[in-house]
Design a protein around this ligand. Structure first.
Ligand code: ATP
Length: 232
């Protein structure tokens, strides 16, 4: 099987300080790829480079075999949830989806219903977003990212701030999405949060790759990192 995303010797230097060192990642179609590292390890910087939000200092990023900058519409192929999503809180969940769909000049009400079902927000679709829980807002933001039907979904610490019930809902949702064929990259600083869903895992610490392999090969060898305790 050909990889969907390949990251080769990716590095980033800020003001003379290297924060990501020669990172390699291989994500295959259908993977739930866990990107794990303690705070400040370089996860967000790496994700921003993959999304083309910041320039890489060196290395290669290939999507379906092509350099990222050669993709016709990268935002249609790679959906993402990074930091706090820009939702319209005085609109309902459904109205948010319709609005973001219009911004993409698309009009497909069946897709909106499909997405509401996929993120389990059907019954809350006509409530204002300001009345949603954080987990519901995250799922709505993911539905918006899925509007163009991307091939890869990148989630940067989507469980941050969620309570245990919200984390469990997010896990169930990611499994469901993966069963429907989505490839997912999810970052976290907590092994507990992603070991139940991830198929492959990349562990970084201080910008350096510690390991990259299928989950079962890694679990018993890298529990020594500061990855099992919550953020202070
Ligand atoms: P967290 O879980 O805390 O978000 P992270 O693994 O996502 O951590 P990054 O945010 O990628 O880590 O940060 C990696 C390192 O790069 C940190 O030392 C951070 O201070 C540094 N860094 C991030 N952005 C910048 C920037 N714009 N300029 C200079 N240094 C930066």
């Amino acid at each position: 099987m050909k990889p969907l995303l390949e990251v080769k010797r990716l590095s980033k230097t800020y003001d003379g300080r290297q924060v990501v060192h020669d990172l390699d990642m291989t994500i295959y179609p259908g993977d739930i790829y866990g990107f794990l590292g303690p705070n400040g390890a370089g996860k967000t910087t790496t994700i921003r480079m993959i999304l083309g939000l910041i320039q890489k200092s060196s290395g290669e990023i290939l999507f379906a075999g092509k350099p990222l900058h050669l993709l016709a519409d990268p935002y249609a192929q790679i959906g993402c949830l990074v930091e706090s999503p820009g939702l319209y809180h005085n609109l309902t969940g459904r109205q948010n989806l319709v609005l973001f769909q219009k911004l993409r000049k698309a009009k497909d009400s069946a897709r909106i219903e499909e997405l509401l079902e996929m993120v389990d927000l059907q019954s809350a679709a006509d409530r204002k977003v300001k009345d949603y829980s954080l987990g519901m807002k995250q799922r709505l933001a993911i539905a918006i990212a899925l509007l163009p039907n991307p091939r890869l979904l990148i989630l940067d610490e989507p469980t941050n701030g969620l309570d245990p019930a919200g984390i469990s809902e997010m896990r169930t949702f990611l499994k469901k999405l993966s069963e429907q064929g989505m490839t997912i990259l999810i970052s976290s600083h907590l092994l507990d949060e992603i070991e139940k869903v991830a198929t492959r895992l990349c562990i970084i610490n201080q910008g350096r790759q510690v390991a990259e392999a299928p989950l079962d090969q890694l679990l018993h060898t890298h529990r020594d990192l500061e990855l099992v305790s919550p953020k202070p």
